[in-house]
Write a protein of this length. Structure first.
Length: 365
């Protein structure tokens, strides 16, 4: 296990989803129960990746062409480690194919694969590369397209819903596979500010854990990664959060374990009814791309000062004084939001987001 404190800012968000495109489209779709069921266009994974990377860079204010100084743009792609995948296999197994054409020029690509926690691991890697000066800009992107083998595997382990997806609900019955792509542009705060790129939400911490296991959620591993991101080894405790964007996909066991671990941690840290939300009743589960959707959704909520609801949840899990399920959108001052991403096979990741000037705001309080 490892954990760190780094403060790259998110300066661009792009999305292609059945329920809408761009950051605005993602925000709308994430609030619409069953948006995942809308028939998507016939999407190619590579086309989706190139589209969202370019749109995210454009949204961050980068004109066409390489950056004028520094080491340029790098891309981290979230994908399955599958040599049969024609969209990502070249990045793993091909000569002279380890680049992606973007509006900023040809960018080196790294493929990351940690099941449904992949996006969290990719954001951690991006933060590390920025901190080490290995890139000026890192775009983290992922695309989930129709794959019958994936759905057959999920059906075989009994986690697909036969009706509506109801995350964090007492009557939840399983997940639905979402489709689409998301990209995030990350930069060092100083560099973004110097070029006028702004960025009001920072990645204030990450924690990742690989603990080989069966498909079932592991409470001890889940609790360990949650504690690592909120109480890192450097002694800089970050115990206060305003909300949690849960991994919660709608499965019977996974949601209960995650909610229970959040409640136990919250009691230790003195939380009082911290709201927990999930967008997967709307977007479905985008698998290896899902953490990027979670971070994008949480960042938009922070920028808009709006606490999201949990689409599909009618009878929320309860009984814990430290946490509650958010079932209605409401105005809220969201200065620190925790985003969870947990995957089959023992992959766990958490990303902690903060608004700019967070520590100063605490002093003002």
């Amino acid at each position: 296990m490892a954990s760190e404190r780094s403060f790259p800012v998110i300066t661009g968000i792009a999305a292609r989803l059945p329920g809408g495109d761009g950051a605005e489209g993602l925000w709308r779709a994430a609030s619409t129960p069953g948006a995942y069921a809308a028939a998507p266009p016939s999407w190619s994974k590579r086309d989706l990746l190139e589209a969202v990377v370019d749109e995210a860079l454009a949204g961050a204010g980068f004109p066409p062409g390489p950056p004028r100084t520094g080491t340029g743009v790098a891309v981290v792609v979230c994908a399955q480690a599958d040599a049969r995948d024609p969209a990502t296999a070249p990045f793993l197994h091909g000569a002279n194919t380890d680049v992606l054409s973007t509006r900023a020029g040809r960018a080196p690509v790294t493929v990351v694969s940690h099941a449904c926690a992949t996006g969290g691991f990719a954001i951690r890697l991006a933060a590390q590369r920025l901190a080490a000066g290995q890139a000026d800009v890192v775009v983290v992107a992922g695309a989930s397209v129709s794959d019958p083998m994936e759905e057959m595997s999920l059906e075989a382990v009994g986690v697909l819903a036969t009706g509506a997806v109801r995350p964090l609900d007492t009557e939840r019955g399983g997940m639905a596979v979402g489709r689409g792509a998301v990209a995030l542009v990350l930069e060092r705060a100083e560099a973004a500010g110097a070029r006028g790129g702004g960025g009001t939400v920072a990645v204030a911490g990450t924690a990742c854990l690989v603990k080989p296991s069966r498909a079932e959620s592991d409470p001890a591993a889940m609790g360990a990664v949650l504690r690592a991101v909120l109480s890192p080894a450097d002694g800089t405790g970050r115990t206060r959060v305003d909300a949690v964007c849960a991994h919660a996909t709608g499965t019977a066991l996974g949601d209960a374990v995650e909610f229970g671990e959040l409640a136990a941690l919250g009691e230790e840290l003195g939380w009082t009814r911290v709201p927990v939300f999930s967008h997967k009743g709307a977007l479905g589960h985008l698998l290896h791309t899902s953490a990027l959707a979670g971070v994008a959704h949480a960042a938009e909520a922070m920028r808009r000062s709006l606490l999201p609801a949990t689409p599909g949840c009618a009878a929320p899990l309860a009984g814990h004084p430290a946490v509650r399920v958010s079932t209605e959108r409401s105005p809220a001052r969201l200065r620190r939001v925790l985003v969870n991403a947990f995957g089959f096979g023992g992959n766990y990741a958490c990303v902690l987001l903060e608004t700019s000037g967070y520590e100063r705001e605490l002093v003002d309080d």
